[in-house]
Structure formats: C-alpha cells, structure tokens
Ligand binder design. Structure first.
Ligand SMILES: Nc1ncnc2c1ncn2[C@@H]1O[C@H](COP(=O)(O)OP(=O)(O)O)[C@@H](O)[C@H]1O
Ligand SMILES: [Mg+2]
Length: 603
C-alpha cells in the first residue's frame, strides 16, 4: 500500500497539498508575507540595472557628461546594493519560516505516530517512518531554499523583461527572444525524461535505506553467520543501481543545462549580429545593446533554474503527499468520547469468546475465554506460536479484537480511557527495552512526579540494588541505546523494578526465555515473587517456579484454551500440559529443584 505510494509522482503544484502545507506556515504568516513583499522590490532592483547601464552609456558617456554619469553610477550602485540586501533578507525570512513551520510539522508527525496502533508498526519498517520525519521534511525545506514556492514571481519577472525589451526596441526584442519557443519545447522534453529517472532514483534510494536499516540492526547475525561478504555484495548491487539511475539523471540535467546556456549564448550572438548592425547604422546606441545582453542573461538564468525548481517542487509534492498520507493514517485505537471509569478498580480480568487475527482469515485466537479473579495468579503455558503473547497484547488493547469481549475490572477495554487502562496494567515484555539515558530515567520513564524514595524502594525490592551500587554513578549510570551495556539478567531485573515503580494493580509478564546465571536467576525469581504479591497476575511462564507458584494454569494450544487447572490437576490429566511438562520443565526441575526450595524457605 505504502510502497505503491512511493511510486506515485503527481503534479509539481498540487493545490490540495500546498493548502495543507500552508496550514503549517500560518503561524508564521507575517514573516512569510514580509518575505513575499520583498520579491517585487528585489526584481525592481535587478531589472533597473541593465536599464541604468544603457542610460549611462547612451546618454552620458556618449555625450561626455561626467556629472550625469556619476549620478547614474550612484543609482546603479544603489540598485546593486538594494538587490543584495533585499535578497539577503528575503532568503533569511523564507528560511526562518521554513525552519519553524517544518519543525512544527515534524512534531505533528511524531505525535501522530505515537498514537498509531501496533498493527501499523507491524506493517511499516522503522526506516520508513524515520524517512518521513527526516528526508521527506528535508525535501520540503529544499523547496523553500530553492525558491520553488515563488516560481510564479520568476514568471512575473520574465514577463517584465519581455515588456522592457519591447519597450526598448521591438525588432531587437524579437531577435533576442527568437530562441525561446524552441527552448521551451526542449526543456519540456528533457523534463519528462528527467522525471522518469528521478522516480527511479527515489525507488532505489528507498531500497538502499530499507536494506541498511535491516542490515545494521541485524549486524550481530550477519557477523555471527559470516555473511559480511554476501551482505556487502547485496549492498554493492543496490548502490550500483542507485548510482546508475543518478548518472542517467545527470546526463539529462547536464544536457538541459548546457542547452540553455548555449541558447543563451546564441541569443547574445544573434543580438550582436543584428544589433551590432543597427548600432553601426546609428539606429540604436551601444548602451541599448549592452542592456539587451544583460536582460538576455537575466532571462535565461531563471529559465535554466526553472527545470531544477520544477524537480524540487515535484519531489516536495511527493514528500508532502507521503507525509500527509502518514498523518491521515487513522488512529484506529483511541479512547472513547466518554470513557468508563470503573470504581473501585478491582483488578479482575475477563476474556469472553475472544477471536482475533492479525491477518484476515488467519485467526490467532479462537474463542478464548477465561477469568482471573482480583489478586489471582494465573500462569499461561503453551507451545511457541499458540497465542500467548497475543493474549497479553490484547489485554492492554494494542490491537482490537474481532469478536467477543475483554473486560478489565468489569469494563470492556474499548470503553476504557486507553491511558488509564494502561496505567493499571504493568507489562513486562519478553525482550526488555531500555532507552538511552540513565538508569533512573529508565525506571520512571520521564515521569518527574515519581519520587526518589519510590524508585529506591522499587530498586531494593526488585533486587537491583546490589548491581546498581556497583555501577559507576549508581542510579545515574548511563544506559546505552537499547540497554546494550547491561546483561540480560540485569535488564530483566531493571524491568521488574520499572513495573514496581509504577505500582500497577495488574501485572502482565511475558517471562524471558533466555537463561541467566544461577545467581541472577534466583534474584529474578525472588523479585518476581515480590512483584506478583497482592496483584492480579497473568504470567506467560517459562520458569517452572512461576508455574508451580501460580494459582491456576491455562494451557494454550493453537489459539485455544485446552486445559485449565493446578499443576497437580493437570499432571493427573496426562494431557497437553503433562507432555509439555515432560518435554520442557522436568530437566529444569532436576537442575534447579534444590535451589527453588531454598528461595521458598526465604519467603
Ligand atoms: N504482529 C504480528 N503480525 C502477524 N502475525 C503475528 C504477529 N504476532 C504474532 N503473530 C502470529 O500469531 C501467532 C501467535 O503468536 P504469539 O501470540 O506471539 O505466540 P506465543 O507468544 O504463544 O509464542 C503466531 O502464529 C504468530 O506468527
Ligand atoms: Mg510469545
């Protein structure tokens, strides 16, 4: 869906898109209009210069009027200075408006992305979203910088030049402008060609970005499996394809550029050939000839830049389109207008005949029903892919279900205020995500209302104290991106502390499967025990101890609940749980049996 969007290249000036962009400029419209008002002045200063030269040559130099010449020279100086100053201010103001409104746009995109449902992030790679906020916004900035927005004023100036030329000398004007009609045809031709290569370039750079995004995040796998060579070749190919597309585009750009330059020179030659004769016959003065030469130059420069501005504008429009497409992505999961606030909050969780699929026609949960009493501890077990993680994601309403209902504290999750709901539910996911920053920030996630005491208490409680004390800086120790400078066990402990800091009534835990050393394992088990105490708990259990300590065990099989009961009951049944236990947990019991006994006596 989105990818086909990358390929659509519409008009260079799409009014609907411009109008939407305009909304971001509105807060700075005074500055914007000020910049626009300077344009006619800028043109006036520019257009006056050739004319003043003509006057200086024909009227004063020809008659040796030194005083008059000095006067005109002064005017010329003023015009040059005026052009420089207004152009400076114009550019400065334009870019000021651009920076401010585009910064707003970036914030708008980010805040929208924050509200998007998880299903959106399943479908869209990170690289693409980052591109929206960086590259695409940069292209819009380029549009301001290249003056592509004000291309109309360029046309106005071309019109003025034509008017002045005809005013100065009709025949000379006709000769000077003779090459313009074929020029327009040629520009049009090359523009069409360039546009197609431009589309290729965009497609190929998108492929490079996507490839890089994946290769860099997966660098560990690439290195471990010694795929560097292959990965290098793949990248090299993508890069070469991009380079070739660029070369083609360069070819067209260069052709266009040199053609316009050449046409300009030929026009000047024509002017000299025809106008020179007129000067010799004393029909016109040399000054007129000089002025014409200058006007031709001022005519061809915007003509040359026009094709470039057109390209910039075109890419700006497609960037704007992609950005607005993202901004228009509906926030599928949002709080209802009048959210229900169950009081008091009981902590009861209830699934009633829940059907859910990520992709239509492929149900992942098929009629799941269960109830967790307030304060009850329920363990979920089942083979990989049986729908355990999905179940806990649904509880926090990361996705909406297709049938049935999920109730928390008696209210349907769809009737809850989303943020309120999520505040009641503490979730520890399998892979702990830590943000770069310090440990403290990671524990309170930027919530400054959370007191230091609460953090310290949570840290002590979750058995994190000991290793934090060993860190340089303690709670202020730096966490690198994704917590890469912490061990798996440390990250798990930190995530438990994080949940404790927020003191949710319901705890949802997807136990990490990666094993840690025995000492850390005991610390985690102990911390888990404390974190779960007094809370409604839904735990996807991988540890035998967690399962043993649960009040009830729910067994998932292919998206259905097949068995429910205590460990003893399920073992007696000799069903799925029994087999799972034999396969997965028995060896663990043998290994850790004694140690688990120890932790239990500590309680
Ligand atoms: N984000 C997703 N998009 C599409 N399919 C998914 C997604 N997450 C999980 N699935 C599919 O849903 C099924 C259940 O997955 P999951 O709930 O993660 O299982 P478990 O946690 O029990 O291993 C699997 O078949 C998996 O392929
Ligand atoms: Mg899972």
């Amino acid at each position: 869906m989105e990818s086909s969007h990358e390929e659509i290249f519409g008009k260079a000036y799409d009014l609907k898109l411009i109008r939407r962009l305009w909304r971001f400029i509105i807060p700075y419209k005074r500055l914007f209009w000020l910049a626009m008002l300077l344009l006619p002045l800028l043109q006036l200063f520019g257009l006056a210069q050739p004319y003043l030269m003509k006057v200086a040559i024909d009227r004063y130099i020809a008659t040796s009027d030194i005083w008059g010449l000095q006067g005109v020279a002064l005017l010329l100086l003023l015009a040059v200075a005026g052009e420089a100053v207004t152009s400076y201010i114009h550019y400065y103001l334009t870019m000021l408006v651009a920076q401010r409104s585009l910064a707003d746009l970036r914030v708008a995109i980010f805040s929208h992305v924050q509200k998007l449902p998880m299903s959106y992030f399943d479908r869209n790679p990170v690289g693409r979203l980052v591109t929206r906020m960086t590259t695409d916004v940069d292209v819009l900035q380029e549009m301001f910088a290249a003056g592509a927005m004000t291309v109309i004023s360029d046309f106005v100036m071309l019109g003025w030049i034509v008017v002045i030329m005809f005013y100065l000398h009709v025949k000379l004007a006709l000769v000077s402008l003779a090459l313009i009609p074929p020029m327009f045809l040629a520009i049009n031709f090359f523009r069409g060609k360039a546009r197609r290569t431009y589309r290729l370039i965009r497609e190929r750079i998108a492929r490079i970005n996507a490839y890089l995004g994946e290769a860099i995040s997966g660098m560990a796998v690439i290195q471990l499996f010694v795929r560097e060579e292959k990965s290098y070749r793949e990248f090299d190919e993508l890069n070469a394809a991009h380079r070739e597309a660029n070369q083609l585009s360069n070819l067209y750009e260069a052709a266009l550029y040199s053609m316009v330059e050449a046409a300009g020179s030929v026009s000047v030659a024509l002017l000299l050939w025809y106008g020179g004769g007129e000067v010799l016959h004393a029909v016109i003065g040399i000054g007129t000839l000089v002025a014409f030469k200058e006007y031709i130059h001022r005519f061809f420069v915007p003509l040359r830049d026009f094709s470039q501005k057109y390209t910039v504008m075109q890419s700006a429009m497609s960037s704007a389109e992609r950005i607005f497409h993202l901004l228009d992505t509906p926030v599928a999961i949002s709080s209802p207008a009048k959210p229900v606030v169950p009081k008091p909050f009981s902590g009861e969780v209830r699934f009633d005949d829940v059907w859910f699929s990520y992709k239509e026609g492929e149900p992942v949960l098929k009629g799941v029903s269960f109830r967790i009493e307030p304060g009850e501890r329920v363990a979920v077990v089942g083979a990989t892919g049986s729908g355990k993680t999905t179940t806990i994601k649904l509880l926090s309403r990361f996705y909406d279900i297709q049938r049935g209902s999920i109730k928390v504290s008696g209210a349907d999750v769809r009737d809850w205020d989303l943020q309120a709901l999520r505040r009641h539910i503490g979730v520890v996911l399998q892979d702990v995500f830590l943000f770069s920053g310090d440990v403290r920030t990671n524990l309170r996630l930027g919530d400054e209302d959370i007191s230091m005491e609460r953090i310290e208490q949570a840290v002590r409680y979750a058995n994190v104290e000991r290793f934090i004390d060993r860190l340089a800086g303690g709670l202020a120790a730096q966490v690198r991106e994704r917590g890469s400078n912490f061990s798996t066990g440390q990250r798990q402990l930190l995530s438990l502390a994080r949940v404790l800091v927020f003191q949710p009534e319901i705890l949802v835990l997807d136990e990490a499967t990666s094993s840690v050393d025995t000492e850390t394992e005991l610390l985690i088990q102990d911390a888990l025990e404390k974190v779960m105490k007094g809370r409604t708990c839904l735990v996807i259990a991988h540890r035998l101890s967690t399962i043993r300590n649960a009040d009830r065990i729910i067994v998932f099989h292919h998206g259905e609940i097949r068995e429910v009961g205590s460990h003893a009951e399920l073992m007696q049944k000799q069903g799925i749980y029994y087999r799972l236990y034999q396969l997965q947990y028995q060896s663990e019991e043998r290994k850790l049996g004694g140690l688990i006994g120890e932790t239990k006596t500590q309680d």
